[in-house]
Design a protein around this ligand. Structure first.
Ligand code: NAD
Length: 491
C-alpha cells in the first residue's frame, strides 16, 4: 500500500526550518499547491476532465473498499452506502462531465450604450487553493461531491476528512492520491489541533461541512485572511404532519428518513409536530413501518446502522430520557446500537429539543393546528430542511410561504437532496452558501467581470472627461443609465 503521498504535517514542511515546520507544519504543502495553481496547470478543460475521470475510476475500482470501510466505521448497510455515498458521487461526477463545457463558457452580458462596441462577459475563474473539510456521517459523499465541483472549476484542493470515521479517512488518505495529480490535490489527515494549524494558512476558499459550533471556528479562522467560506451545517429539521394525510405513507417516509444511517443524517426529520389525534394514528403506523423495515428486532437487521463512536453513542443515549419512550428505546453500548425510537410527551425545553438529535430517535410534539406548528418553527433557529405532510395543497403552501429553511420537501423526507438541479445548503444557523450540480461549480468559481474595450475611438469618451460640462450630462446619462422598463398596461 503506497502511503507516500498522504500529506502529513511532516510532508508539508519540506524545505522549512525545523522551528517554522513546528509552528506551521502545512505551510510547505499549501505553497506547493499554490505554485501548481499559479502555473495554470488546472485551467484547461482537458485537465479538469482527466482529473474527474480519474475520480470516477477511484469510485469504480474502490467500490468494495468503500462498502467495507463504512461497514467498519458505523455498520452502514451496503444498500445505504451505494445510494447515499457512491451513486450520489457518480451522479454529480457525470453531471459535471456532461456540462463542464457549458459551465466554463464566458457568459456575455447586456451592455449600455457606451460599451456597445466592446465585449463584456463573466469569466468563471477558479479561486486558487481551496480547503474542503468533511464530517464523518457521509464521509465519502461529503468530501467528494465538493471536490468534484472544485476540480471542475479549476482549483487545487486540500481535503481534510473527519478523523472520527477512521476507516473511511484511511481509505481516502491512502488511495485517493493515487488517482489524482499530486501537484494539485492532497489529503491531510488531522485531528482538531492539527486542523487548527492547517487553518492558519491562507486559502482562497474554505468549504466546510459539520456542526454549527465548529462552523464558527472555521469562519473565525477564515476571517483572518478574508477567505470566503461555504458552511454546510446541521440543525433540527421540523416535520409537520397535518390531520389530513395518508398516515401509513407518512409513517414509512418519515421512518425511512429518520432511521437511514441510524439517524446520522443532516437532513433527517428531527422531530414531528402534529395534533394529539394525529399522534394517536401515527404511533401504530410508525410501529408498523419500523417492523416492516427492520423486523421485530432491529438489532438483528442488516439494514440498520450503528452510532459512529462511543462519545456520540453516549450523547444520543442521554436524549432518550426526554419525554416517554413509545416505540423502541433499547440500547447496547458494546455495539453502539440504539433502536429506532419514538418519544412522546416531549416538552420544548427537554434535552432532545435543545440540540440536533443526529441519532435514531424521533420525538413527537403536539400542536393544535398548522398555525401553531408554523409559530413553533419560526421561534427556533432556521433549519437545514423542513418537511410538511398533507393531502391539502393549501396547507403545504402555507408552511412553505410562512417559514424559512435551507430546503423544503412536501410529502416526503430527504428526497429534495437527490436532485442535482436543486441548490443544497442552509440558512442562518444551518449554514451559508449552497452546492450540488452546477451550484458546486459556481461555488468554487469567482465570477470575474471582464470588459474588453477597443483601444481607439477616443472622441466617444470626451463626454465623461473634465473639465466637466453640465450640458453633456443628459447625454452621459442616456449612454450609461439603466431605465425602468415601460409598464405594460392590459386594457
Ligand atoms: P464536526 O463539526 O464535529 O466536524 C466536522 C469537521 O471539522 C471534521 O473534519 C473535524 O475534524 C473538524 N473539526 C472538529 N472540531 C474542530 C475544531 N475545534 N477546530 C477545527 N476543526 C474541527 O461535525 P461532525 O460531528 O463530523 O458532523 C456532524 C455535524 O455535521 C452535524 O451537525 C450535522 O448536521 C452536520 N452535517 C451537515 C451536513 C450538511 O450538508 N449541511 C452534512 C453532514 C453533516
Amino acid at each position: 500500500m503506497d502511503t507516500s503521498d498522504r500529506a502529513s504535517p511532516a510532508s508539508g514542511s519540506a524545505g522549512n526550518s525545523e522551528e517554522g515546520a513546528r509552528m506551521n507544519p502545512y505551510a510547505g504543502l499549501v505553497s506547493r499547491l499554490r505554485a501548481a495553481w499559479l502555473s495554470g496547470k488546472t485551467r484547461p478543460m482537458e485537465y479538469r476532465v482527466a482529473q474527474l475521470e480519474a475520480l470516477g475510476r477511484f469510485l469504480d475500482e474502490k467500490n468494495q473498499d468503500i462498502l467495507d470501510v463504512l461497514a467498519s466505521d458505523m455498520r452502514k448497510p451496503p444498500f445505504e452506502v451505494e445510494i447515499s455515498e457512491i451513486s450520489i458521487c457518480r451522479s454529480e461526477l457525470n453531471h459535471a462531465l456532461n456540462n463542464l463545457g457549458t459551465w466554463m463558457k464566458d457568459e456575455h452580458v447586456e451592455k449600455n450604450w457606451v460599451t456597445q462596441l466592446d465585449s463584456a462577459f463573466i469569466r468563471k475563474d477558479p479561486y486558487g487553493v481551496v480547503l474542503i473539510i468533511g464530517p464523518w456521517n457521509y464521509p465519502i459523499n461529503l468530501l467528494l461531491v465538493p471536490l468534484i465541483g472544485a476540480i471542475a472549476a479549476g482549483n487545487c484542493v486540500i481535503m481534510k476528512p473527519s478523523e472520527i470515521s477512521k476507516a473511511a479517512e484511511k481509505l481516502v488518505a491512502e488511495m485517493l492520491p493515487n488517482y489524482l495529480d499530486k501537484d494539485c490535490f492532497a489529503v491531510v489527515t488531522a485531528g482538531v489541533e492539527e486542523t487548527n494549524k492547517l487553518l492558519e494558512n491562507k486559502f482562497d476558499y474554505i468549504f466546510f461541512t459539520g456542526s454549527p459550533s465548529v462552523g464558527r471556528i472555521i469562519m473565525t479562522a477564515a476571517a483572518k485572511h478574508l477567505t470566503p467560506v461555504t458552511l454546510e451545517l446541521g440543525g433540527k429539521n421540523p416535520c409537520y404532519v397535518s390531520d389530513n394525510c395518508e398516515v401509513q405513507n407518512v409513517a414509512r417516509r418519515v421512518a425511512w428518513g429518520r432511521f437511514f444511517n441510524a439517524g446520522q443524517t443532516c437532513v433527517a426529520p428531527d422531530y414531528v409536530l402534529c395534533s394529539a389525534e394525529m399522534r394517536e394514528k401515527l404511533l401504530p403506523a410508525l410501529r408498523e413501518a419500523i417492523t416492516e423495515f427492520y423486523g421485530p428486532n432491529p438489532q438483528e437487521s442488516p439494514d440498520f446502522a450503528r452510532i459512529v463512536g462511543d462519545k456520540q453513542f453516549q450523547r444520543v443515549q442521554a436524549l432518550l430520557s426526554s419525554g416517554r419512550v413509545a416505540i423502541g428505546g433499547q440500547t447496547d453500548e458494546k455495539e453502539r446500537y440504539i433502536a429506532p425510537t419514538v418519544l412522546v410527551d416531549v416538552r420544548p425545553e427537554d434535552p432532545a429539543m435543545q440540540e440536533e438529535i443526529f441519532g435514531p430517535i424521533l420525538p413527537i410534539l403536539t400542536v393544535a393546528n398548522v398555525d401553531e406548528a408554523i409559530a413553533f418553527i419560526n421561534t427556533r433557529e432556521r433549519p437545514l430542511a423542513l418537511y410538511a405532510f398533507s393531502s391539502c395543497k393549501k396547507v403545504l403552501r402555507r408552511v412553505l410561504e410562512q417559514t424559512s429553511s435551507g430546503g423544503f420537501c412536501a410529502n416526503d423526507t430527504v428526497m429534495q437532496m437527490t436532485l442535482t438541479s436543486l441548490p443544497f445548503g442552509g440558512i442562518g444557523h444551518s449554514g451559508l452558501g449552497h452546492y450540488h450540480g452546477r451550484f458546486t461549480f459556481e461555488t468554487f468559481s469567482h465570477p470575474r467581470s471582464a470588459l474588453l474595450r477597443g483601444a481607439g475611438r477616443e472622441s466617444l469618451n470626451n463626454v465623461r472627461y473634465p473639465p466637466y460640462a453640465s450640458r453633456r450630462l443628459p447625454l452621459l446619462r442616456v449612454a450609461t443609465e439603466t431605465r425602468r422598463a415601460a409598464a405594460c398596461v392590459l386594457l
